[in-house]
Design a protein around this ligand. Structure first.
Ligand code: NAD
Length: 327
């Protein structure tokens, strides 16, 4: 789709991914063409750089009004309740993740939206799934409400592709590591918190066991995957809403060892909580060959490069008095 015809809506824009995807899209398509929306107020940077609308995705009416007002043609649907928060309030996770997505798909069908991006997650997998190099097409039997909503969401998105010809695309993201907005209640959040606490306190207490290994991705690769998948030639895609993507896999102790290379007196302690059971049900590593074949996916950041960059960016923010962190 050309920039002349494309007007974009991002839901959940104040969150970890949205707060960085909106500026990336505004850079690509122009500030006025990218409408950010969320139930919460985003940071000033996002508000000042282009349009923002308060939008609760569980309200079809609010959603329809905004699509009509701006003539939206593409939606990046990021509004969701993540795994750990979802286990505390499964009813809300269903309401936002399923009813919100249904509203987005139905409103898109009715109002002429051409393309939708909806992220899935490694939470679609479960204890019965092969945990190492988890294949693209495999057993999906999650144990969390978040995972249940993501499996149903993938099927719902694929249904709209087949039934209505709506161009819906999505990746199963692993844990996303970033330094702009803190993550919103997932099981991989430790891999972000550890960097902030290494910089601020030189110690961190991890809510997963040292040997727990999970797939992860640095935000620049996450943004690259979203933009690349959305720009891919539709005719090359055999999958649509459920691409496995990954960049690296590491355990908590391996991440701590990498941080220690830069901060030798960094200390880590372990106090596993309810999130350990969630992590234990997820893969250790992911086979993302379908994404590589169908839209040339290729990550740029491994553990060493990501760690170096995270510590550099957070140290700079600390030196400038701009490091915001809440335990
Ligand atoms: P986040 O929790 O940081 O942000 C989600 C945003 O959605 C929040 O700003 C929240 O206010 C908003 N929201 C919640 N309920 C809403 C509603 N009813 N209406 C409108 N907005 C609402 O999450 P994120 O990390 O930015 O995740 C974005 C997407 O990526 C989600 O679909 C998530 O499942 C997926 N994902 C994220 C990760 C990760 O590690 N961050 C991994 C896998 C998949």
């Amino acid at each position: 789709m050309t920039s002349e015809t494309n007007t974009i809506l991002v839901t959940g824009a104040a969150g970890q991914i949205g707060s960085e995807l909106v500026p990336a899209l505004r850079k690509l398509f122009g500030n006025e063409r990218v409408v950010a929306s969320d139930v919460v107020q985003p940071e000033a940077k996002l508000l000042e750089s282009g349009p923002f609308e308060r939008l609760d995705v569980t309200s079809r009416q609010e959603l329809a009004q905004i699509i009509k007002k701006y003539g939206i043609k593409t939606i990046y649907h990021l509004a969701a309740i993540l795994s750990a928060t979802g286990e505390k309030n499964p009813q809300k996770a269903w309401e936002v993740n399923i009813n919100g997505l249904y509203n987005v798909l139905e409103a898109s069908r009715e109002l002429g939206v051409k393309q939708v991006f909806c992220p899935s997650s490694i939470a679609v997998f479960g204890p019965a799934t092969p945990r190492i190099k988890t294949p693209q097409d495999t057993i999906l039997s999650p144990t969390t409400m978040y995972g249940v909503t993501k499996v149903a969401g993938e099927h719902l998105c694929d249904y709209y592709v087949k039934k209505y010809g709506l161009d819906v695309r999505g990746c199963r993201f692993p844990g996303i590591i970033s330094n702009e907005t803190l993550p919103g209640g997932g099981t991989t959040d430790y891999a972000v918190a550890i960097f902030y606490e290494a910089i601020i306190y030189k110690k961190y207490t991890c809510f997963l066991k040292p040997e727990t290994r999970l797939p992860m991705m640095y935000m620049p690769d996450c943004l690259k995957s979203i933009i690349q998948l959305m720009q891919a030639d539709f005719s090359r895609l055999k999958h649509h809403s459920n691409f496995n993507v990954t960049a690296m896999s590491f355990s908590a102790e391996e991440l701590a060892a990498e941080i220690k290379k830069h901060i030798p007196d960094f200390e880590i302690h372990y106090q596993p909580d309810f999130r350990q059971a969630i992590a234990d049900s997820w893969p250790e590593s992911i086979d993302d060959s379908a994404a590589r074949e169908e839209w040339d996916w290729q990550p740029e950041y491994d553990l060493a490069r990501m760690t170096e960059d995270m510590l550099r960016v957070l140290s700079e923010k600390k030196n400038q008095g701009k490091l915001k962190y809440q335990k």
